[in-house]
Design a protein around this ligand. Structure first.
Ligand code: DAH
Length: 345
């Protein structure tokens, strides 16, 4: 029996030594020291031994049990420590690694151009005015000297919602609304906003686009005020060396009406693909507010005069950034938008 005990001990100690995980070691503990283990069995079998041998054998079994327990505990501490170290190594964070870059947004090129135009006019004392995109036929056309049946209405194919309501085809109705609201006072406003036309979309047309309207009304406002304002504007947007030229044109709400060209900023006037070999680039429409428009809005055309202009920021952005298709502004392709960096503005 003594020999058996010795063998058991050696076997247990080898298994403890060979256990490489906490779980394995626990299994060894249960198999040797558990209720059904061989050491417990031996203790249970003591009753069968002659009385004089029992104390000696009992002491021996206890020694074996203690030595197995001790080496189990020692091994357990080691394996637990190892497990913790492994876990720590796995979860280690390298604080010296560079961070993942956060993608920053850009201002949309159109927003950028609109902001810049607004800033310019605000610096000249203008205020920003707004009007509804779903507009009455009255403000979109009639109050602008375009009565029902006027042929010039055909120039702006419209989305009608009812007979008297439509999506505004230009920002000019804000002129009429502002004049009506101001009841005869002097006015100096620009109105940026979305407009809608029943056009087929292609590289230069969109059913929805942006316009910026300008209106100045007061005593002694003349064509030279308009010209001076537009000249400054052209220089601010397209460079100090720009010259402007005004060509006679027609709009029902202005008389006289003009179209403003700027000298080509690419070739300086020699002729290139941007100015289509003419040396000039058309930028906007303008004119002196028609007496009928003033009168309909409650102003006395013999006491006050005004000038107005209207432009398309998409066109300005296309010219400035060399964008060849107007649809790029609306499709929100990140590869397009991310080309316009904040620092450039
Ligand atoms: N409303 C015109 C258009 O959409 C643009 C325009 C031209 C506005 C001349 C004006 C102006 O205020 O004076 O084509």
């Amino acid at each position: 029996m003594e020999q058996q005990l010795q063998l058991l001990k050696e076997e247990a100690l080898t298994k403890i030594e060979n256990a490489i995980s906490v779980k394995e070691l626990n299994d060894v503990r249960v198999s040797y020291l558990g209720k059904k283990g061989p050491i417990t069995d031996l203790l249970k079998g003591m009753g069968k031994l002659p009385a004089e041998e029992r104390p000696k054998m009992g002491a021996l079994v206890n020694v074996v049990r203690e030595s197995v327990t001790e080496s189990l505990e020692a091994r357990m501490i080691l394996l637990e420590e190892q497990a913790i170290n492994e876990q720590l190594a796995k979860e280690a964070i390298d604080v010296t690694l560079p961070g993942r870059p956060v993608q920053t947004g850009n201002h949309h090129p159109l927003t950028r151009v609109v902001d810049e135009i607004e800033d310019f006019f605000i610096s000249m004392g203008y205020e920003i005015a707004e009007g509804p995109e779903v507009e009455k036929d009255y403000y979109n056309f009639e109050a602008l000297n375009l009565p029902k049946g006027h042929p010039a209405r055909d120039m702006q194919d419209s989305f009608y919602i009812s007979e008297d309501v439509l999506l505004r085809t230009h920002t000019s109705p804000v002129q009429a609304r502002t004049m009506e609201a101001k009841g005869g006072e002097a006015i100096k406003i620009i109105c940026p906003g979305k407009v809608y036309r029943r056009d087929s979309d292609d590289a230069t047309h969109s059913h929805q686009f942006t316009q910026i309207e300008g209106l100045v009304v007061g005593e002694n406002i003349t064509m030279s005020d308009l010209k001076g304002t537009l000249d400054l504007f052209a220089k601010k947007m397209f460079g100090e060396e720009r010259e402007i030229r005004l060509r006679p044109s027609f709009f029902p709400f202005t008389e006289p009406s003009v179209e403003m060209d700027i000298s080509c900023f690419k070739c300086g006037g020699d002729g290139c693909n941007v100015c289509k070999k003419t040396g000039w680039i058309e930028i906007l429409g303008a004119g002196m507010v028609h007496p009928n428009v003033l009168r309909m809005a409650g102003y006395d055309p013999s006491a006050v005069t005004g000038f107005a202009f209207g432009m398309g920021p998409e066109r300005i952005a296309m010219l400035r950034y060399g964008v060849e298709d107007i649809r790029h502004f609306y499709t929100n392709d990140i590869r397009f938008i991310s080309q316009f960096h904040r620092s450039e503005a």
